[in-house]
Write a protein that binds this ligand. Structure first.
Ligand code: AMP
Length: 621
């Protein structure tokens, strides 16, 4: 067997090792089945060397015997202490590399000697040299030091046949990097790179930590940050809550016996909405957008000249990150390949290219269409300009790896609304009538409360195309679900060629709308266990009457949809208007567009109101 060249992502927080198996990159799992090796090195209390999870687990208890984030020190003429010994940064990195090399050797059943190792694009010569040295210390011949964004671009396009400009947005735990790479004739060139070495998911955790800490202090007058144990517990709970909020609109943070007051144990039990969390992190994401703009400026490119956007790093799982990025660049971002693993995969691809091996496009199981429900757009938002319309609220977005489980919150629109109709669609158009109906059901017996009753709709989509849709009244827990067996009827996951062309298609498509044929009616079963009723899928565009749900709440999203609808309306009315009115409409439309682009929601509201006023007059004229 020829020497295998392994690909290593030597990360600040986590590291991985990948190989090419059957023409596909494959990230090798550890003994615990987890492909991620935390980049922690430590000494146990009896002096044994620990690498990975055991070292991470002891970090908060024994920081003097544990080293994290050694990558930040690579290339520096410094030493770090581990127990009573001193080590250079490359020696610590070598321990991580050694663990990865052993992992690969064990998996392959043969020794491994050659590697490609990735580094950030901004690493200087000293940092690259230190990485090579670390590899050598770990018994590896480092065939290539590869830039991380290049690795990510390679994973998405191993053949590199076409001249593409790829923007790689990499938001990890501790750092943010954005790079623009150009692939042409087998050569990948980094056109520009920018970033912030002090910005990442850890900062998101800290903001959430502060929010929980403040609320607990308000309630109990106790500072959970003051005691190191409760501090550590709360930080871990905040990180876990952050992850859950990526998939759900609300989450509960619960920690028993987190503090004590007057001899009485206090428990933490707090609900956090995604909206609250997103409002906290907007300024941090805005910061990444500034870096992105600088990167574009340095490459002398505009957003329009970017062909593809690729997401890397665990923090890009935060929906708002992808959303703000797509808003800014006006094109979809690719998140099909696991953002934690794609750099290691790209390193393995580079290894195979060096070794002369064949690598195919990476195949992943994704949903080829967005899945969501019909809901009402608030019609009367802009002072009397009433145009309520149904729209499609995607819950699982196109390109999401399967299996996927996501939920979103919606609100009832009427007082004492006792039932809502959940109409499930697949497609990409904001106008639900242009999408493909998949099924519908009613949830009845809701509490008699004012409009705005939260209904959480959860979609669980399996690899086999089985879609479970659950609607739950948040306040009471009343819920109902249906299971649709053939939700991805057109998605033949065993067909590798089809899968690869789907990926290709995804890359090519931007925000254009698709028309879906509405030929098939799909049967589905009620999942409450009592009945097995076959119900016809609703007709396209039908049942535009109550009972309905309203989308929300997500800052800006609803306003943006409203504003775009208003602009469309203005476009039409403008044509029939007198020249002097046209000028007014143009100016007001421009104001709306600017506010939209700047994500200035207050300004947008005012601009829309002003435009709506004129349209109201034009409509009547
Ligand atoms: P990385 O450095 O690329 O391994 O990214 C690690 C960061 O990603 C940490 O801050 C994690 O908390 C964060 N992360 C991992 N999964 C998620 C998720 N589902 N939603 C939001 N952040 C996540």
């Amino acid at each position: 067997m020829a020497d295998t060249i392994i690909g290593i992502d030597l990360g600040t927080t986590n590291s991985e090792v990948a190989i090419i198996r059957d023409g596909q990159p494959f990230v090798i799992p550890g003994e615990d089945d987890d492909p991620i090796l935390p980049s922690f090195v430590g000494l146990s209390d009896d002096g044994k060397l620990l690498v990975g999870k055991p070292a991470r687990n002891q970090w908060s208890l024994a920081p003097e015997r544990t080293i994290k984030s050694i990558k930040r020190k690579m290339g520096q003429d410094t030493k770090v202490s581990l127990g009573d010994k001193q080590f250079r940064p490359q020696e610590i990195s070598a321990m991580i590399l050694r663990a990865l090399r052993d992992r690969a050797a064990k998996f392959l059943g043969q020794d491994v000697k050659k590697a490609v190792i990735t580094v950030p694009a901004y690493f200087n010569d000293a940092q690259r040299q230190a990485t090579i040295e670390a590899g050598q210390l770990a018994g590896l011949e480092v065939l290539r030091i590869l830039n991380e964004p290049t690795a990510a671009a390679l994973t998405y396009d191993p053949k590199q046949t076409d001249g593409l400009r790829v923007l790689v947005y990499d938001l990890g735990g501790g750092t943010f990097d954005v790079s623009i790479v150009h692939t042409e004739g087998g050569v990948v060139e980094v056109l520009s790179s920018n970033g912030d070495t002090q910005l990442g998911g850890d900062d998101f955790d800290e903001l959430l930590f502060n929010l929980i800490r403040d609320r607990f202090k308000q309630e109990h007058d106790i500072d959970l940050g003051a005691n190191s144990t409760s501090h550590a517990r709360l930080l871990r709970a905040a990180e876990a809550a952050k992850r859950r909020l990526s998939d759900h609109p609300f989450t509960k943070v619960e920690e028993e016996f987190i503090a004590e007051k007057n001899g009485i144990a206090l428990h933490l039990s707090l609900e956090i909405s995604r909206l609250d969390y997103e409002n906290l992190i907007i300024p941090l994401i805005e910061k990444t957008m500034d870096c992105l703009q600088k990167s574009l400026d340095d490459a002398k490119l505009t957003a329009k000249q970017i062909d593809r956007v690729v997401l890397v790093g665990g923090s890009t799982r935060t929906p708002l990150v992808g959303q703000m990025l797509e808003d800014r660049l006006q094109r979809p971002a690719h998140r099909e390949i696991n953002p934690d693993l794609c750099v290691a995969m790209g390193a393995a691809v580079q290894g195979a290219i060096i070794g002369g091996d064949q690598v195919g496009a990476v195949l992943v199981d994704i949903t080829p269409h967005s899945m969501g429900i019909k809901c009402l757009t608030e019609g009367d938002l802009f002072g009397g300009f009433s145009d309520p319309s149904f729209r499609f609220a995607a819950i699982i977005h196109r390109g999401t790896p399967l299996p996927a489980s996501r939920s979103e919150a919606f609100r009832t629109v009427a007082h004492n609304q006792e039932k809502v109709e959940i109409d499930i669609y697949q497609g990409e158009s904001e106008d639900v009538r242009r999408n493909h109906p998949v099924g519908m059901f009613l949830i009845e017996g809701l509490a008699k409360v004012p409009a705005g009753n939260h209904i959480v709709v959860q979609l669980d989509l399996t690899l086999d195309g089985v879609l479970k849709v659950t609607a739950k009244e948040k306040a009471t827990g009343l819920s109902k679900h249906v299971t649709i067996d053939n939700a991805l009827a057109r998605f033949e996951r065993d067909d590798r060629d089809a899968a690869s062309s789907r990926l290709e298609e995804l890359w090519q498509q931007s925000f254009e709308e698709e028309d879906f044929d509405s030929d098939s009616e799909e049967d589905f079963e009620e999942g409450d266990g009592e009945q097995n009723t076959s119900i016809e899928a609703s007709e396209e565009g039908s049942s535009a009457s109550m009972p309905v749900l309203e989308a929300g709440p997500r800052e800006g999203q609803r306003e943006a949809v409203q504003a775009r609808a208003l602009l469309e309306k203005a476009e039409k009315l403008r044509e029939k208007a007198a020249p002097e009115d046209q000028k007014d409409v143009d100016r007001l439309m421009q104001n709306v567009r600017v506010s939209l682009e700047d994500r200035n929601w207050n300004g947008l509201h005012a601009a829309c109101n002003a435009l709506a006023d004129v349209l109201f007059y034009l409509e009547d004229a």
